[in-house]
Design a protein around this ligand. Structure first.
Ligand SMILES: Nc1ncnc2c1ncn2[C@@H]1O[C@H](COP(=O)(O)OP(=O)(O)OP(=O)(O)O)[C@@H](O)[C@H]1O
Ligand SMILES: [Mg+2]
Length: 257
């Protein structure tokens, strides 16, 4: 059997909290993502979701545990940027994803920075393809981020992330700052990426309903501990853990409001 694309093994993270007390943000977190699979990570604010994404992306060092990506340990020494060259992350606030001094065309092209040997013409072609993929008119290359909507800026951020044709996209609450209709449009963009580029996703959200609509499997994080995992239908229709039930009920109530 082939190895999963991403394997997170017994991840622990302790932060220095207030009054110098140690605070355990992650407690023996283990999960995997297969190539082309979409895995949801659900949990309330402060449960540790972003900390997991930041460790996988290499922004934060775990206290212990390992992250194995494409067969290579990312935590071992000398295993950073190159090993992560087919992984990209998209963040919550699209307006902060681009410099206000840079036109979007140039901002998106920055996603190819580390492939600087690529001829400029080829780079432009990649940018055009990526913009088409996310449904952004090419004329938007000449706009600044403050001239577009939040949804359009997030499409541009996704375009930048997919320039290198990543195998894994880490999405941290990427639709949370947007209204429901724009959320749905972005999920359609992600579906297209999954189908046409066979991309895998770690899709972080506090919204179990959204995770159900897009992901294959999901796991539920409470105070840094995975309390339940399974198919999204199973978690939504037949949650076993009390915390998962609470998240499902909150989502249903939201629907009625
Ligand atoms: N650099 C840090 N130093 C100290 N504590 C931190 C640091 N980063 C995160 N924490 C703490 O770790 C816990 C988990 O934070 P994290 O950002 O991973 O939560 P989250 O699930 O992403 O929350 P949200 O849904 O609000 O984004 C929080 O209590 C947070 O305050
Ligand atoms: Mg977060």
């Amino acid at each position: 059997m082939s190895l999963p694309l991403l394997q997170v093994e017994k991840l622990n993270k302790t932060f220095q909290g207030n009054n110098d007390q140690l605070f355990r943000a992650l407690n023996d977190v283990s999960f995997s993502v297969e190539a082309g699979e979409c895995v949801g990570l659900i949990g309330e604010s402060g449960s540790g979701k972003t900390t997991i994404a930041n460790i996988v992306a290499g922004f934060v060092t775990p206290t212990s545990g390992d992250v194995v990506y494409d067969g290579q340990s990312l935590i071992a020494r000398n295993c950073g940027k190159n090993a992560r060259s087919t992984m990209q992350m998209v963040f919550q606030n699209p307006m902060n994803s681009f410099s206000p001094r840079m036109k979007l065309g140039r901002g998106i092209r920055e996603g190819l920075n580390y492939l600087s040997s690529m001829p400029r013409k080829e780079q432009e072609k990649r940018v055009d393809e990526a913009m088409e993929m996310v449904g952004l008119p090419l004329s938007y290359k000449n706009k600044y981020v403050f001239e577009v909507s939040g949804g359009e800026a997030q499409r541009a951020a996704i375009a930048r992330a997919i320039l290198i044709k990543p195998r894994l996209l880490l999405c941290d609450e990427i639709t949370s700052a947007l209204d429901a209709e724009v959320q749905d449009q972005l999920i359609e963009v992600l579906r297209k990426l999954k189908e046409e580029m066979n991309m895998a996703f770690l899709f972080i959200s506090h919204d179990i309903k959204l995770v159900r609509s897009f992901c294959d499997r999901a796991f539920v994080l409470q105070d840094g501990v995975i309390v339940e995992q399974g198919s999204v239908e199973q978690l939504y229709e037949h949650p076993e853990n009390e915390y998962t039930k609470k998240l499902v009920n909150a989502a249903i109530l939201n629907l009625i409001e």
